[in-house]
Design a protein around this ligand. Structure first.
Ligand code: KIV
Length: 262
C-alpha cells in the first residue's frame, strides 16, 4: 500500500486490507518486511507500551514520538497515527497543532475517534490536506462513558445508528473507518452501504479489512484473550522461555562461550 488512494482501490478490487498496530522501530522493521498493508500507531500504546489501564494517557507529543520511531523502522509502509484523547475536542488551533506534530513525525494520515459533534473539525482536517481515518463502535477514548470496554451497537436499531454515523464520517471526507467491537451483522450491513472501506476489530469478517493490536496478535499478553483476538504466536511463553534459557546459561557459566568472547 503506497498511498491513501490504495484504500479505495483495494475495496473496489475486493483486496482485504490488513493493518496492525506498531509502536517502535524494531517491530516496525519486522512489519515492514511482512505483507501487512499498513500500520496504525494507535493510542493503545498508552496501554501496551506504557502500562496504563486505558488509552487516555496518550498525548500528541507521545504519539509523535512513537510515530517517528515506527517511521524510522518502516520507511515504506503507510502509517496512520492516532489523534489521542480530546486532541480534537478543544479549540481548532489545538486540534491542528496535534495533527501537525503527528503528521510531521511521519504519519500519512490521522485516525479520529467518534463523529457526533466533531463533524466540522473532521471536515476541516480533511480540507487541510490531511487524510482522516474514522473510528466508530467501541471508541476506547469514551471508555468511561461506555462503563468499560464493551461490545457496542447491540440495540435493536444499532445498524441504523451506526450507518447514520458512518455516513456522517463519509460526508466529512474520511478515506476509511475502523469499526471496533460491533456485531458482525451490523458491521457487514453498514460496510455494504458505504463507499469507503471499513476496517474491523471485533466486528466480524464482513468489513473491508481487519486490524489487530500487535501485542494481541503475537500473544504477548498472557492474561488478555477476548473473543475477537486470534493469537498467531504464543509470544508470552516463547519470550519467557528465551529469558529463562538465558538465565540458566548465565548461571551455569555456559554463556558467553569462547566464541562469544573477545
Ligand atoms: O489504538 C488502537 O490500537 C486502535 C485499534 C484498536 C483500532 O485504535
Amino acid at each position: 500500500m503506497k498511498s491513501v488512494l490504495d484504500f479505495q482501490k483495494f475495496k473496489e478490487q475486493g483486496h482485504r486490507i490488513s493493518m496492525v498496530t506498531c509502536y517502535d522501530s524494531t517491530s516496525a522493521k519486522i512489519v515492514s518486511a511482512s505483507r501487512i498493508d499498513c500500520i496504525l500507531v494507535g493510542d493503545s500504546l498508552a496501554m501496551t507500551m506504557h502500562g496504563h489501564d486505558t488509552t487516555l494517557a496518550a498525548t500528541p507529543e507521545l504519539m509523535a514520538l512513537h510515530v517517528e520511531a515506527v517511521r524510522r523502522g518502516a520507511p515504506n509502509k503507510f502509517i496512520v497515527g492516532d489523534m489521542p484523547f480530546l486532541a480534537h475536542r478543544g479549540s481548532l488551533d489545538r486540534t491542528m497543532e496535534a495533527v501537525r506534530v503527528i503528521m510531521k513525525a511521519g504519519a500519512q494520515a490521522v485516525k479520529i475517534e467518534g463523529v457526533d459533534g466533531a463533524e466540522d473539525v473532521i471536515s476541516y482536517v480533511v480540507q487541510s490536506g490531511v487524510p482522516v481515518m474514522g473510528h466508530l463502535g467501541l471508541t476506547p477514548q469514551s471508555v468511561h462513558q461506555f462503563g468499560g470496554f464493551k461490545v457496542q451497537a447491540t440495540e435493536s436499531n444499532a445498524a441504523e445508528i451506526l450507518l447514520a454515523q458512518a455516513k456522517k464520517l463519509e460526508a466529512c471526507g474520511v478515506f476509511a473507518m475502523v469499526f471496533e467491537c460491533v456485531p458482525h451483522e451490523v458491521a457487514t450491513y453498514v460496510t455494504s452501504k458505504l463507499h469507503v472501506p471499513t476496517i474491523g476489530i471485533g466486528a466480524g469478517n464482513g468489513c473491508s479489512g481487519q486490524v489487530l493490536v500487535m501485542q494481541d496478535l503475537l500473544g504477548l499478553n498472557a492474561d488478555f484473550q477476548p473473543k475477537f483476538v486470534r493469537k498467531y504466536l504464543d509470544g508470552f511463553t516463547q519470550f519467557k522461555e528465551a529469558f529463562d534459557r538465558f538465565d540458566s546459561d548465565v548461571k551455569s557459566g555456559e554463556f558467553p562461550s569462547g566464541k562469544e568472547s573477545y
